[in-house]
Design a protein around this ligand. Structure first.
Ligand code: HSE
Length: 440
């Protein structure tokens, strides 16, 4: 059989990682795919740059549109990232009858509905395993391995940069800004690191996972997104004292009223395995009604871990080149005409537990005022911790953990507490999830 001819758009970290993996494991990969996979063309901004991968035999071009218009190329691998020109390139590749593989989470989360519709019409595949959690095969697991299940919820640490920052703050007491600068130096962070610390990158990935989990369209704009920049070292320490870790979690959960789609810092009990996923590592916990909780853990970024996912998609595409397009695994797991219109739940209607940190004057009756407000709004307290005032000060930090309550009530409680004359400054709030196996 003739080799399958591939064109790569973008020869950065992942592009080079893909070339290296194919060069090293090519024979074994061909035995799995049934055909040799040959990279014939690749685009790069700087053609003269020295790269840590062999490019002999690959035609290098500066203009990626040359590749999507090249009749010889059967499969296009998009590794440029960002919304544009990636969107135009992918749509043109599809229009030209090429299968597409992409690691671009932003592109799929925001333009995926349009891209999949175009691919469906043209009878080509768009594979995107590398877009979520790097080398972890989470798309394949959910789309194929768990198809017998009704997925109830999933919770993931899917931004390595945020996890690295929170881990370093906890373990070494380092400052946010210094750790972020290191994450950038090590190449973990996005081109614009605000995507990492503000939760946007995790929300892109969560949008994709939720669509596959529940058979809903991609709805990035409906996601609730909160970053990690308001987390202080004191919060990290108080959480530890109470038996919790703070993690930047991406949560999608099916409820009677709609789908929760939220990214925010979250306290998790220390004994949970996900609470111990540290540094740049990623993990996704998926709860299916039949299988129970399934946990996948691995490298969420980096040249070869991401290349591992790209090459797995290449093998999938090559294997299905001869299959009737209507019988392929659907892009988003569910048949395109069988998507559900389950709405996304506004954050105000989400139910969760809370960690509150407030600063109160050290005088009688303060705690009574706070607990009365919480009680009036049906908020039950799970634990309270009052710290000593700092030397020479009469303001004490109070930490409260609550049971589950709808966010709307907690917003009201926080607003009333902040109006008390005995409370100084604003109340810090971090959501808390126990991630029990019986959580539905
Ligand atoms: N900036 C991303 C992260 C890279 O930190 O997880 C992988 O998508």
């Amino acid at each position: 059989m003739k080799p399958v001819k591939i064109g790569i758009l973008g020869l950065g970290t992942v592009g080079c990682g893909t070339i290296n993996v194919l060069a090293r494991n090519g024979q074994e990969i061909a035995r799995r795919a049934g055909r040799e996979i040959k990279i014939v063309q690749a685009s790069a901004r700087d053609l003269k740059k020295k790269r840590p991968c062999p490019t002999e035999g690959i035609r290098l071009v500066a203009d990626p549109f040359e590749i999507v218009r090249n009749a010889e190329v059967e499969v296009v691998v998009e590794l440029i990232g960002g919304y544009d020109p990636a969107r135009s390139l992918v749509l043109e590749a599809i229009a030209n009858g090429k299968h597409v593989i992409t690691a671009n989470k932003a592109l799929i989360a925001v333009h995926g509905n349009e891209i999949f519709a175009a691919a469906q019409k043209r009878g080509v595949m768009v594979a995107f395993e590398a877009a979520v959690a790097g080398g972890i095969p989470i798309i394949k697991t959910m789309r194929e391995g768990l198809t017998g299940n009704r997925i109830e919820w999933l919770a993931g640490i899917i931004n390595g940069t945020s996890n690295f920052i929170l881990t370093e703050m906890r373990d070494r007491g380092r400052d946010f800004a210094a750790v972020l600068a290191e994450a950038q130096r090590l190449g973990y962070a996005e081109a614009d690191p605000a995507f990492d610390v503000d939760g946007i990158d995790a929300a892109h990935k969560l949008t994709i996972l939720a669509a596959i989990a529940f058979g809903i369209p991609l709805q990035f704009k409906q996601a609730y997104i909160e970053g990690i920049s308001r987390i202080t070292r004191a919060d990290v320490q108080y959480a530890e004292e109470l038996g919790y870790r703070i993690k930047q979690l991406a949560i999608a959960r099916r409820t009677d009223g709609g789908v929760e789609l939220r990214v925010h810092p979250t306290l998790i009990p220390q004994r949970r395995i996900v609470a111990n996923v540290d540094g740049v590592m990623n993990a996704v916990l998926v709860k299916g009604d039949a299988v129970g909780p399934v946990l996948l853990y691995g490298a969420g970024a980096g040249a070869e871990p991401t290349a591992s996912a790209v090459v797995a998609d290449l093998v999938d595409v090559v294997r299905t080149l001869t299959v009737d397009p209507t019988n392929r695994v659907p892009h988003l797991a569910f048949q395109p005409d069988a998507l559900s219109d389950l709405p996304i739940l506004p954050m105000e209607r989400v139910e969760t537990s809370y960690y509150l940190r407030l600063h109160a004057l050290d005088r009688p009756g303060v705690l009574a005022d706070i607990t009365r407000i919480l009680g009036d709004l049906g908020i039950s307290i799970e634990a309270i911790l009052q710290k000593e005032p700092a030397e020479g000060e009469n303001v004490v930090p109070i930490i409260i953990l609550t049971h589950r309550v709808v966010e709307r009530n907690m917003n009201e409680a926080i607003s009333r507490i902040e109006q008390l004359a005995s409370i100084k400054g604003s109340v810090a709030r971090i959501r808390l999830e126990h991630l029990n196996r019986d959580w539905k």
